[in-house]
Structure formats: structure tokens, C-alpha cells
Design a protein around this ligand. Structure first.
Ligand code: ADP
Ligand code: MG
Length: 678
């Protein structure tokens, strides 16, 4: 009985040597071979010029009817042009910077060129030339990623052979309901479409099925494993529904639908007897803090303590201040544990925490690094999750009796990447801003237009606005950063000559000094706050509506977006002005992205595109799987859908008894075992 698990050695012409060669591509079984997908297709069918569209990539086959003309210009640059007769029409073909091709071109010879069609000028900017007429076949040719052991042609014919011999034993893995819902192909059709499509449309349809299948199977494995690992060793935080509802009613504004959804997800986790491990993602200003407050309230009224960790003291202090208002007249008693406490205050607070008199503990990671003992910690929250390392996350989870853990982040990791990069966590997303927010207007000024930016700032200040001015960032030198901020501060103080008050904030100031400046800014005693990136996270002053970022090209997109998030927090129109002369295309693209979009997830996707996903996630250790077809960035929606579908399926009782699903059950068994072994 043939099976897709058979070794590729079963194919004709595949002996020991070939088996080893194929293994270098990760191909051991027939299934591996059949799911070794093309990286692209070379449409070698000659184009019909009467219907070809402008900018379309086309293949043309014809006769060279003019003497090729080669011109050199500049350093190593050249242009090679000739006329090509294609059917009844003569078109101009141009190659740039491939002077050596001239040797392959003779008047009257037949050639095939691939390139981009300019429909208006009737010409092709070509990048590939072949004189072998053979290549212009009727194939929509699959092109596979290969290496020196395995050649394109061999791989193609082996895949063809495997398909012919095994097509009758290709089980369809996707449940029928899902295939019907999304109009997906069965697996046999999908494989045929991936490897031997007749046209782009067929390849595309097959790709859609293949990507979904891949995402779905991945999510199914991940969740099956996680389900198996969920032991009943967490706390059951039994809050009272009515009490929490009452609290929510008292907040003073209506939660957005997205906030309601994530509150439900989090609260459901609190009640469950296993440890919550959830990532809460939401763009800056989406209102994560109030969501955290609701979870804290539920936890504390159920008789447990909660801890909230922020990456900086400023932010911790600010949270404490804001939450003190939110929790006025409630059983929540806040303790702010930071490095600026005296030894005595510190000891007293720690005692109160140990006794349980203080039930909401706010601080920096001193909360886990130092030996803080809790009476009964039920919920630990980290704000701006990306600032905390994996180890710190783990330390937190191991505090006390395995508290529920909620990690909040505004780092725009596209949500699907979060699903994979934080594979161990559940993910909640707030994908909606509170109503009435005006999108921030972002403008990019060249440095020599600095005066225009400052002029604009002056106008805004005159209208009652406040502003942040972020000074240039010099990597790896805090001293220089401070110097820069100080210089800029002096420059601006002089510029405004007493019309407006300018303040300075940087990382070398003491906690008290920082607090002092922040307070003056909040109280509008200062109109302009010059700062290093210490204001990057969390700082909240709704009256600050202008942000100017000097040398903006020194910052990455994620950081620029974070910085920009400090404005746009009130009802008034906010502005972000970028001052930069980026030297690279990538730098220009970053500025352009900021100007074009306010959506953190879009910014993140662009960031990913500009940097390549490898960079963003650091390294392969992040456990990000390599998808063969699916693109976790471009196919975000599909990955999310697949995740939900996998979750639903696992929740459905007896789904694994359905005959149709047996291939899926076998697949899961096979792969779950593998995962346990590695
Ligand atoms: P984040 O931490 O996600 O950046 P915050 O929690 O600081 O955002 O919220 C930003 C501002 O929006 C705060 O002033 C908060 O009170 C306010 N806010 C939050 N949710 C809502 C809502 N549903 N409607 C109106 N305002 C809200
Ligand atoms: Mg926040």
C-alpha cells in the first residue's frame, strides 16, 4: 500500500545518492517532495502584445531586426538596445547594465526576452535574454529553490513522477466544512495547481489553499500541544461579575468594542484554574491601561494581590498616579515600589505587601528582581512588554503560586507574528481607537527647513498647545544624548526668548528631578519639553499636541511610532514633525511610512518589510516557524482565521470521530509526537 510517508527512495531513479541529495533540501518522504513548493513561476508563454498591459512582466519571442546598439555612460553603466519583430509588430528592447549580452545578439537571429512592458511607448525594459527558442514553451513554469546537490530539472521531474504515482493516495487534511466555507481545493488539486498550473490564476488558487492548510495545521499542532500542557496548577480568581460590571460603569467613558472583547478574554482566563499567559497588544492610545485596571479590580475584589511592572520609574509613577484616581473609593490599595524610596520606606512597603495590606503593587522590574514577598499574588501585569526579556517574563510567572500573567505591549509586532513569536502565549488585540480621536498629522521636513517647523510650533503654542521635542539619539552614548538634549534645550529656550517656557528631561536626572519636570509639564507651567527618548513610553499629557523629532532618521520605525504616540491623546488635532535628511532609500521609506500611516500595525508591517523579518525577531531561537507558502506578514488575516478555526475544531466534541477527519487525526498524532521528542 502506497503512502505519502514512503521514502523518496521508492521513486524510479532515486538511489542512495539521490536520497542523500534530496535530504539536503529537507526532502525525505513523498509528502516532503510534494509539499516542496515552487518559490515562483516563470511565465514563458509569449505575450500577446495586443492585450498586454502597461508595466506587465512579459515574455517576447521574435527576430532581431536592427543592429544592437551599446552605449556606455557613467561608471559601469550601459544601455543595450535593438528592435525586435514580434509577429506583425516591431518593438524596442532595452537592457541596462548587461553589456556582455551584445555578443549573443545578431541581426536576424531569433531570441526570447523577459521584461517589463511599456504599453505607451511599445517597448520592453528587459532583464533576461535567451537565444534557445526552446525556453519559450507553453509552460507556466514552476521554479524551485534548489542547491548544488539538486538541480531544477531533476526536482521537477521527480515531483511530476511522485504526483503521477501517488495522486490516488493523497488524503485531504482540511475538514470539509472549512474547505467549503473558504472554497478551498482538495489536497490533490491543490498540489497539482502548485506544481503544474496552466496560468497565474490556477497557481494563485492553489497557493491560497496551500497557505491556509499550512497555517491551519501549524495552529492545530500548537494548540493541541498547549492544551495538553495546560495542567490545573493555576489560581482560580473568582471575582463577582456584578461588582466588576459596576466598576466598569463607573469609569466615565464607554469601552470600545475591542476593549470589551479583550476584557472578556482576560476575565475568562482569570476564572480558569490554570495560569493565564496572555499578551495584550494595542496601539499607543488604544486604552490598554483601563483594560488592565479592570483585570486588577477583578483580581483584588476576589481576594488576591496584583502587581504592575513598568519599564521606567517615570512610567511606574504615572501609572500609580492615574490608577489612584481610577481606584478611588475601592478596596484597591496601591503601593509604589521604586528605587527612589528611602531604605526605611522600602522596608515598610515590603512589609505591607507581605501582610497583604497593599494589594496593588506598582513598580519597575525591581518588583521581581528584588526579594519582594507577596501575601497572595494573583495577577502580574507587565506594561510595554517588549522592554522585558524572556527571563524576566519567566521569573514573573514563577512568583508565588503561579499568578496569572498579562503582558501589555504597544510594540507593533504584527499580531500574527506575535501569535508565532510568543507561541507560548494567548494574544488579545485592541484594534480600535476610542471614538473621536483625530489621526495625528505627520510632516517630514528636511533639516534646512527647520525654521518652518519651529515657526509652526510657535503658532501652535500661541493657540495653547504643548509640545515635546525629541533630541537626536546617539547610539551607545548616553552622555552624548544628554549633551544633545541640553544643547537643544538651550537653543530652544533662546529661540522662544521667554515667550514660552521650555523644560528638559533626560536619563541622567534623578527620579525627583524627572518627577518635578513632568509635573510642571502636566500643570502647563512648561509649554515645551525637550527630551531624550526617555519619554518614549507611556507618558500621557492630552494637552501635548505637537511632537518634533530631531534626526528622525536615526530612529527605527517602531520607535518613531512609539514616540508619536505621546501626542494625539486628546480631542485636539495633533502633529508630528520629523526633521531628517535620510541618506539611504530605506531611511527615506521610513519617513514616508510615518507620513502615510498612523496605524501601528501597518507601520510594523512596513518595518518588517524594510528590515526583513529575521531582524525583527532577532534570531531563529524565537521559534518562529518557517512557513513554506504562507507569508505571516502578507497573509495576516488568513493566519488569524486559521488560528480561530483550529481552536474551534479542537473545542468541538468528537471531531476526531468524523470519518472525513481521520487523515487530520493521523497527521496530528504524527506531529505531536515529533514535537515532544525535539
Ligand atoms: P495605551 O496604554 O494603550 O497607550 P491608555 O490606556 O494610556 O492607552 O489610554 C489613552 C487615553 O485614552 C487615556 O487618557 C484613557 O483614559 C483614554 N481612554 C481609554 N479608553 C477609552 C475609551 N473607551 N473611550 C474614551 N477614552 C478612553
Ligand atoms: Mg500604556
Amino acid at each position: 500500500m502506497k503512502s505519502l510517508q514512503d521514502s523518496v527512495g521508492n521513486l524510479k531513479g532515486v538511489g542512495k545518492k539521490r536520497v542523500a541529495d534530496l535530504a539536503t533540501l529537507g526532502i525525505d518522504t513523498i509528502e516532503d517532495l510534494l509539499t516542496y513548493y515552487p518559490s515562483r513561476y516563470n511565465d514563458l508563454r509569449p505575450a500577446d502584445l495586443t492585450t498586454a498591459k502597461d508595466k506587465q512582466k512579459i515574455t517576447l519571442h521574435g527576430r532581431v531586426v536592427s543592429e544592437p546598439l551599446l552605449t556606455h555612460f557613467g561608471y559601469r553603466r550601459s544601455r543595450l538596445s535593438f528592435r525586435l519583430q514580434v509577429d506583425q509588430e516591431v518593438v524596442m528592447v532595452t537592457f541596462f547594465n548587461q553589456p556582455y549580452l551584445v555578443k549573443q545578439l545578431q541581426l536576424d537571429s531569433q531570441v526570447t526576452v523577459l521584461g517589463k512592458w511599456d504599453a505607451r511607448r511599445r517597448q520592453v525594459t528587459a532583464n533576461r535574454l535567451t537565444t534557445a527558442a526552446l525556453e519559450a514553451s507553453n509552460d507556466f513554469g514552476a521554479v524551485y529553490p534548489v542547491n548544488k546537490h539538486v538541480k531544477q530539472g531533476m526536482l521537477r521531474s521527480l515531483i511530476r513522477q511522485a504526483y503521477e504515482e501517488y495522486q490516488n493516495v493523497i488524503p485531504t487534511l482540511l475538514p470539509q466544512t472549512l474547505r467549503q466555507r473558504y472554497r478551498l481545493l482538495d489536497r490533490r488539486q491543490m498540489l497539482a495547481g502548485m506544481h503544474f498550473p496552466k496560468d497565474a490564476g490556477q497557481a494563485q488558487t492553489a497557493r491560497r489553499t496551500a497557505a491556509y492548510e499550512e497555517f491551519f495545521l501549524f495552529q492545530l499542532r500548537l494548540q493541541a500541544i498547549r492544551q495538553a500542557q495546560r495542567q490545573e496548577d493555576g489560581l482560580r480568581i473568582l471575582y463577582h461579575n456584578d461588582e466588576v460590571k459596576e466598576f466598569i460603569r463607573g469609569i466615565g467613558f464607554e469601552l470600545t468594542n475591542a476593549q470589551k472583547r479583550v476584557v472578556n478574554e482576560i476575565c475568562a482566563d482569570l476564572r480558569r484554574p490554570y495560569q493565564m499567559n496572555r499578551l495584550l497588544q494595542g496601539d499607543v492610545g488604544s486604552g490598554k491601561t483601563i483594560v488592565a485596571a479592570i483585570a486588577i479590580y477583578a483580581t483584588i475584589t476576589a481576594g488576591y494581590q496584583a502587581a504592575l511592572m513598568a519599564p521606567t520609574e517615570i512610567l511606574a509613577a504615572q501609572h500609580a498616579e492615574k490608577l489612584a484616581k481610577v481606584f478611588e473609593n475601592t478596596p484597591v490599595h496601591i503601593g509604589l515600589l521604586t528605587g527612589s524610596l528611602t531604605a526605611k520606606q522600602h522596608a515598610q512597603l515590603r512589609d505591607a505587601i507581605k501582610r497583604g495590606d497593599v494589594n496593588l503593587i506598582i513598580g519597575t522590574h525591581a518588583l521581581i528582581q528584588e526579594d519582594v514577598e507577596y501575601a497572595n499574588l494573583g495577577l502580574a501585569i507587565t506594561d510595554e512588554q517588549h522592554r522585558f526579556g524572556v527571563n524576566q517574563r519567566q521569573q514573573l510567572r514563577e512568583k508565588g503560586d503561579h499568578p496569572d500573567v498579562l503582558a501589555m505591549t504597544a510594540t507593533p509586532i504584527p499580531r500574527t507574528l506575535a501569535i508565532t513569536a510568543y507561541g507560548e502565549m494567548d494574544v488579545s488585540v485592541i484594534d480600535e481607537l476610542p471614538a473621536g480621536r483625530k489621526p495625528i498629522k505627520t510632516k517630514w521636513f528636511k533639516v534646512d527647513k527647520q525654521n518652518e517647523a519651529l515657526h509652526f510650533l510657535r503658532e501652535q503654542l500661541a493657540a495653547g498647545a504643548q509640545a515635546y521635542v525629541v533630541s537626536p539619539l546617539i547610539e551607545e552614548s548616553e552622555a552624548l544624548d544628554v549633551q544633545n538634549a541640553t544643547d537643544l534645550y538651550e537653543q530652544l529656550a533662546k529661540y522662544f526668548g521667554g515667550d514660552y517656557q521650555v523644560g528638559l528631561l533626560h536619563g541622567r536626572m534623578s527620579g525627583d528631578e524627572k518627577d518635578q519636570v513632568m509635573r510642571e509639564f502636566q500643570e502647563k507651567k512648561l509649554q515645551v519639553l525637550v527630551s531624550t527618548t526617555v519619554i518614549e513610553v507611556g507618558v500621557d499629557n492630552p494637552n501635548a499636541t505637537v511632537m518634533i523629532i530631531y534626526n528622525a532618521d536615526r530612529f527605527g520605525l517602531a520607535q518613531l511610532h512609539q514616540l508619536r504616540g505621546r501626542v494625539g491623546r486628546g480631542d485636539r488635532q495633533s502633529y508630528c514633525l520629523l526633521l531628517a535628511d535620510p541618506k539611504t532609500d530605506e531611511g527615506k521609506a521610513r519617513m514616508q511610512t510615518m507620513v502615510e500611516t498612523n496605524d501601528g500595525f501597518k507601520v510594523a508591517e512596513k518595518d518588517l518589510e524594510l528590515r526583513g523579518s529575521g531582524d525583527v525577531l532577532g534570531n531563529k531561537q524565537s521559534g518562529l516557524p518557517d512557513f513554506k507558502v504562507g507569508d505571516p506578514v502578507g497573509d495576516i488575516k488568513m493566519l488569524q482565521i486559521a488560528r480561530n478555526d483550529a481552536e474551534q475544531l479542537l473545542k468541538t466534541p468528537h471531531w476526531d470521530d468524523v470519518d472525513d477527519n481521520q487523515p487530520l487525526v493521523l497527521y496530528l498524532k504524527r506531529h505531536q509526537l515529533e514535537t515532544h521528542f525535539d
